[in-house]
Ligand binder design. Structure first.
Ligand code: BG6
Length: 495
């Protein structure tokens, strides 16, 4: 069905995220007939701009990033006409007074019954000011049936203490049910598929535990550098930018117990239990079981790439990590003793998010001893850019007497020419408008993830490593390979 009537207010309307993702997502929802006719968008940013100028910029963004092209679309004027623009600084209270007036006007024009979704696509340092000012202007009042919701980009805080402070502040003004904390990985098709793969297949459900699984490798590697986000990234690093949120979310979905139902809150409870069961990383284990890296100059796809320290907004002697890998254990009966290896980094050889489930090897019985080395069975969940599932099995090579070779069975969900999976933000924006929290991060998850990550950040902050320690276009620092070699394992190749 179509979305509820509402007005979406995007703070940070000229920013990178809005231009690359949000407008495309809204446009796709519109073109797919998912948006209510009672819908409008107000963009807020500092830059002076007219509504027409704003609409022209959106047109450009869509031509570049959207899977639908406005130049080929007769309904474009109707879509564009729904976008309004207000230039003001988030810290300037008078801006919110004008916003309130505009919203009242748009409520009438589009027959919206006072529903608003405030999307903070701005640097996290601005969250508090924006939220407080919304409240001062009387824009945070929830009087059912109308609703006022808040959608927040990550990162939520930079450690547990700051996240708690931010949360307290927000919760004074918005109830938890009106707060939608984004982890855009949860909006990805294949990530929603993890639970289905696990629980709708007899092949997998019974073996999803320490008796059959040897290790799980969660990779989210990128070829891009920090681009224009140097200033933000300097304060984050790979640990806060990727591990605290996306990677731990993937881990919880892989590891959680089958929930009692598939409603958001029920699933969240199970994810929270996984986070509670994470074995804390002591200082000693941080040194032994984590690896960080920073890229130096190198070469990607035949083009030379600068080192991190030469990027805009980055200190010339920066100690920020652009790569992080670690070995993690979950202390419960399902997973005791099974290592989960996480790896993420920028300016690596390939772009891809893939999860490898390596099954235990069978006992070596004499009769295969001359057949070559058996390769472990693997289930690979491909999240992006390829979406699919890949199985690695052993078979006898035809024509040979005694050679066993690994073969693969592949399912690719987005390889067909006319198949275009919806982008994560389409689903997330739609769900937030509908008030469905299932694919958003609850406060407890955020807090527990920080509790796990904080000790790593602390140990890392206290000791220097010699950066840069990997070349752009490589697979990261050599120690990352050692992390698995030591355990008699290897990282499976992400493709
Ligand atoms: C974001 C991080 O959350 O995720 C970025 O801040 C990262 O640094 C991005 O590049 C990766 O997302 P995706 O969807 O391209 O895998």
């Amino acid at each position: 069905g179509q979305s509820e009537a509402c007005i979406l207010v995007i703070f940070g309307a000229t920013g990178d995220l809005a231009r690359r993702k949000l407008y495309s997502a809204l446009y796709a929802l519109y073109r797919d007939g998912m948006l209510s006719a009672n819908f409008a968008v107000v963009g807020v940013a500092r830059r002076e701009k007219t509504a027409d100028g704003f609409r022209r910029d959106i047109f450009q963004s869509l031509q570049q990033y959207s899977r639908y092209k406005p130049s080929e679309d007769q309904t474009w004027p109707d879509f564009a006409g729904r976008f309004y623009y207000l230039p003001f600084d988030l810290r300037d209270r008078s801006g919110y007074v004008r916003l309130k007036e505009l919203l009242a006007e748009l409520d009438e024009r589009y027959a919206v019954p006072g529903n608003r979704l405030f999307y903070l696509a701005v640097a996290p340092g601005n969250f508090e000011a924006a939220i407080n000012n919304l409240a001062v202007a009387g824009l945070a009042v929830n009087e059912p049936p109308a609703w006022q919701r808040l959608m927040l980009e990550k990162p939520f805080g930079r450690d547990l203490a700051s996240a708690e402070a931010l949360n307290r502040q927000i919760r004074k003004l918005f109830a938890e049910e009106h707060i939608f904390r984004i982890d855009h990985y949860l909006g990805k098709e294949m990530i929603q598929n993890i639970t289905v793969l696990r629980l709708a297949n007899t092949f997998f459900e019974p073996v999803w535990n320490r008796n059959y699984i040897n290790n799980i490798q969660i990779n989210s590697v990128e070829t891009v550098g920090v681009g224009e986000r140097g200033a933000y990234y300097e304060k984050a690093g790979a640990l806060r930018d990727m591990i605290q949120n996306h990677m731990l979310q993937l881990l919880t979905l892989m590891a959680m117990e089958p929930p009692a139902g598939l409603e958001g809150r029920v699933v969240r409870d199970e994810k929270v239990k996984v986070l509670r069961s994470l074995q804390p990383l002591t200082a000693e284990r941080v040194i032994k079981d984590t690896v960080r890296g920073q890229y130096g100059p190198g070469c990607i796809n035949g083009e030379s790439a600068a080192g991190y320290r030469a990027e805009a907004g980055v200190a010339s002697a920066s100690n920020t990590e652009t790569f992080a890998a670690m070995k993690v254990f979950i202390e419960n009966f399902r997973w005791a003793g099974v290592p989960f290896y996480l790896r993420t980094g920028k300016r690596l050889a390939v772009k891809g998010t893939e999860i490898f489930i390596q099954f235990n090897s069978l006992p070596e019985i004499n009769y295969f001893k001359d057949y070559g080395v058996l390769t472990p069975n693997l289930l690979v969940i491909r999240v992006n850019p390829v979406e699919g599932v890949h199985l690695q099995l052993n078979v006898k090579r035809p024509g040979t007497k005694n050679l066993i070779v690994p073969i693969t069975m592949d399912f690719c969900q987005n390889c067909g020419l006319d198949i275009n999976s919806p982008e994560a933000y389409e689903r997330l924006l739609f769900d937030a408008i509908q008030g469905d929290p299932a694919l958003f991060t609850g406060w407890e998850e955020v807090a527990l993830a920080w509790r796990f990550v904080d000790p790593v950040a602390e140990v890392w902050a206290q000791s220097d490593v010699l950066f840069p320690n990997y070349a752009a276009g490589s697979w990261g620092p050599a120690q990352a390979a050692d992390l698995l070699l030591r355990d008699g394992l290897r990282w499976w190749p992400v493709c």
